[in-house]
Design a protein around this ligand. Structure first.
Ligand SMILES: C[S@@+](CC[C@H](N)C(=O)[O-])C[C@H]1O[C@@H](n2cnc3c(N)ncnc32)[C@H](O)[C@@H]1O
Length: 290
């Protein structure tokens, strides 16, 4: 679908569409799934942070790298992609999203995509989840107990075996209490050996003023965006065991660490504005990593 084929005011009641985080991201990366309101907000964001589109790409490259690591060296075959967002723009093969990245390493993977945005889920259903071993679910991740007991989810994910959860660029859109509860709920609900990979926009980067300006710009459009300090991100994950290299700038994750050497290198000079971390259930570590 071309950009211009999407109406600017498609609301049935004649009200202007509000921007969404997923469509704004799509616009920033030259996708086709955005409306006038998304383009307007994306323009405002780029004015205060011209580096934003490239940081989105850094984060996406990181996602591919992490999934390949988790499916490869770490041995996970079940993936739960929370806040999956729209399929990446300019992908010739949409299976390159989480499931495709895992499939490139092993052929027995299954992936459940989750998002609460109906537009995202429509795309996830037709593109991402159109492949064997995949499912797309529209659900609010802040009710993790409900999500992990949905029959369609438990049909795909065997929750008696470890699951690798991705929460990439998800927690900034969720308030402090709900983000903490989500991390705790995953830890409580998932079996030993499970992993949680997080990326998170931060106020503690070399461009912290721009990050605060982004928060203002999103807020002005009615979207609460919560970049957090490195310590706060670590605290949200407090129940989980922090794996090496800890909470690090996303562009540096895996650089210089031999165990990730087989994955895609990411240039240390590329600014992401985010932190990345992989955590595991402590019980899992001894069984998976030795
Ligand atoms: C900025 S996008 C990130 C997309 C993708 N994970 C990535 O890293 O490119 C954040 C996504 O989280 C979704 N999201 C935000 N809050 C959510 C919630 N409470 N439950 C489910 N999805 C949520 C949004 O709809 C959006 O698609």
């Amino acid at each position: 679908m071309s950009v211009t084929s999407l109406p600017i005011n498609p609301d049935a009641g004649g009200r202007p569409l509000r921007p969404t985080a997923a469509r704004v991201l799509d616009c920033l990366t030259e996708g086709n799934e955005h409306h006038g309101a998304d383009r307007e907000l994306a323009g405002n964001l780029k004015r205060v942070a011209p580096w934003l589109p490239s940081s989105v790409m850094v984060n996406r490259r990181h996602a591919t790298r992490v999934v390949r690591y988790l499916a490869g060296a770490a041995g996970y075959r079940q993936f739960l992609d929370l806040g999956c967002g729209l399929p990446y723009a300019n992908e010739t093969d949409q299976t390159l999203h989480t499931h495709g990245a895992a499939l490139s390493v092993r052929n027995d993977v299954c992936t459940v995509y989750v998002d609460n945005d109906p537009g995202v889920c429509a795309h996830a259903n037709t593109e991402l989840a159109a492949h064997e071993g995949t499912l797309a679910v529209q659900a609010d991740v802040t009710d993790i107990d409900r999500l992990l007991t949905m029959p369609q989810v438990t049909k795909v994910l065997d929750l008696s075996h470890p699951v690798a959860v991705l929460a990439h660029d998800l927690l900034p859109w969720i308030d402090d209490d709900a983000a903490f509860d989500l991390a705790c709920g995953l830890h409580r609900r998932l079996p030993p050996g499970s992993a949680l990979s997080v990326t998170h926009a931060s106020t503690e980067t070399s461009r912290s003023e721009a990050m605060l300006a982004l928060r203002e710009a999103y807020g002005g459009a009615g979207i609460a965006f919560r970049p957090r300090s490195r310590g706060h991100i670590r605290a949200l994950l407090g129940q989980w065991h922090m794996e090496t290299p800890g909470v690090v700038p996303t562009e540096l994750w895996g650089v210089g660490y031999g165990r990730y050497a087989q994955t895609i290198p990411s240039g240390p000079d590329t600014f992401s504005g985010t932190y990345a971390a992989i955590t595991t259930n402590p019980t899992a570590r001894s069984s998976r990593q030795e």
